[in-house]
Design a protein around this ligand. Structure first.
Ligand SMILES: C[S@@+](CC[C@H](N)C(=O)[O-])C[C@H]1O[C@@H](n2cnc3c(N)ncnc32)[C@H](O)[C@@H]1O
Length: 242
């Protein structure tokens, strides 16, 4: 599988998750929103856990947590934060990417271990369609029968460009939004010509693409808007009952 190293390099020296706000109040509210959608279970795997901005809260709600991130600087911060929350004992941190993670899980918990919840928050934007496909395939086979795969904060290809152009800053459509859209399109075109990621935030996806994965892997899929980001939505997959 060919991987773009751009985002791995980008995250290699970062030390927080770049949420809209990094105040503890904001992170707590984001975690509350996600815990509502995760809706229970005892074990959770969090791909791209970063500096544990949210995982620290998940760790208070789950008996067993695995956080995986490919960035050493983020994992180091995660250790510090989990310790400050006094939840380090029920979290296993792994430095691994979206494909390596499964081998780590196998080595730590054996072949048969299944998670109640598998999640990734603000991470899907760094995965190509091929990587997402592979991740969902593996996640399904590591999921308990009543389990859920929650992919949080996918950047919405239907609204991201409008948000970036400033649509949400005005009462109604404003001329500057139209200018912003044109400038944004030109920037995307330039990025394409120069081989850079098309969008500053990474890949953008529509719900239709996740419906396609649900059909391919015989899963039930549902969607809900993010409470805190106008241009993001959450995707949940569940297994069909037999
Ligand atoms: C925007 S941060 C979000 C961190 C965390 N999920 C949160 O909500 O606070 C994205 C994180 O995903 C990690 N990441 C991105 N792509 C990844 C991949 N393919 N495998 C593992 N980690 C990845 C980055 O290193 C970064 O720590």
């Amino acid at each position: 599988m060919i991987k773009n190293t751009f985002w791995k390099n980008y995250w290699s020296d970062k030390t927080h998750g770049q949420h809209r706000s990094q105040t503890e109040d904001f992170l707590k509210n984001e975690a509350k929103e996600k815990l509502f959608h995760l809706d229970g279970g005892k074990s959770i795997l969090d791909l791209g856990c970063g500096s544990a901005d949210l995982l620290a809260y998940y760790a208070r709600a789950y008996e067993l947590c695995i956080g995986a991130d490919w960035s050493e600087s983020m994992i180091n911060k995660a250790y510090e934060r989990l310790k400050s929350f006094d939840v380090q004992d029920n979290v296993h941190l792994l430095q691994a990417d979206d494909t390596q993670i499964w081998e780590h899980v196998k080595q730590k918990f054996g072949n048969e271990f299944k998670f109640d919840r598998i999640t990734a928050g603000q991470v899907i934007q760094y995965l190509s369609e091929e990587q997402i496909d592979h991740f969902i395939h593996e996640a399904k086979s590591h999921l308990a029968p009543e389990g859920k795969i929650c992919l949080f904060d996918v950047v919405d290809s239907r609204t991201y460009e409008l948000w970036r152009a400033g649509l949400f800053n005005h009462e109604r459509i404003h001329i500057s939004t139209i200018n912003g859209l044109l400038i944004g399109r030109l920037r995307t075109f330039k990025n394409k010509l120069t081989g850079k990621p098309l969008y500053d935030l990474g890949y953008i996806y529509s719900p239709a693409q996740f419906k396609g994965f649900a059909e391919k892997y015989d899963l039930i899929v549902s969607f809900v808007h993010s409470m805190y980001y106008e241009y993001r939505y959450h995707v949940t997959f569940q297994k069909k009952s037999k």
